[in-house]
Structure formats: C-alpha cells, structure tokens
Design a protein around this ligand. Structure first.
Ligand SMILES: [Zn+2]
Length: 109
C-alpha cells in the first residue's frame, strides 16, 4: 500500500475534525490524528527533535540511563513520538522515542 502524502492525510484529517491549530489536546486525538499532528510538528520543527535538536530521521545520542521496565513493551516501536504535557494535556512537539523516555523519566514530562 502506498504511503499517504501529508496533503492526503491533512485532507482526511479535515474531514474528521476541525482541529487545525497547534497545540491540541492529546487525549482528544484519534490514532490517525496523533500521527497527523506528529507530522505537523516534524515539519514545524524542520525535522529536528524538540528535546535534543538532532534530526528525527536519525538515532539520537543515547547517553542517559533509561529504566525500560518503567515503559510499555512497545515504547520504542515508533521512532518518533508526539510529546504532550501531562499536566495541561496539550501537545508540545515531536521527539525521538528515546528522548520521550528521557523527558518522562528525568523531567516528569
Ligand atoms: Zn531527540
């Protein structure tokens, strides 16, 4: 199956929802919308990770100890995550899966 272009996903998203502006409330998003919002942030951040500022297309420097027992089994399955603020519930940006783990374990985000 051909991968959908961002435009196609955006059009699909517009049909499903009227959310266009960032940030958005993370828990209100469907899985498809999360993917769309994540891709929007990737574009907005010029492909760089919100946390480490390195390209999201590359594996980040992994210099912090992560206790993987604290995370769900498939946490690292998707290399790019949509970071959200656990207090406000609002999306913040796109981060490496590893950086998402660092944010959570070291910064409580
Ligand atoms: Zn990163």
């Amino acid at each position: 199956m051909a991968r959908k272009s961002l435009k196609e996903v955006r059009n699909q998203f517009k049909k499903e929802s009227n959310i266009f502006d960032l940030p958005v409330r993370y828990d209100d998003l469907t899985a498809r919308q999360k993917k769309y919002v994540r891709d929007l942030y990737v574009k907005k951040q010029n492909g760089l990770c919100l946390y480490c500022n390195n390209p999201l297309s590359k594996t980040p420097v992994q210099d912090k100890y992560i206790d993987w027992s604290l995370f769900p089994e498939h946490f690292m399955k998707y290399p790019i995550h949509l970071q959200h603020n656990h207090i406000t519930g609002m999306t913040e940006g796109a981060v490496h899966a590893y950086c998402n783990a660092v944010l959570w374990q070291y910064h409580g985000r």
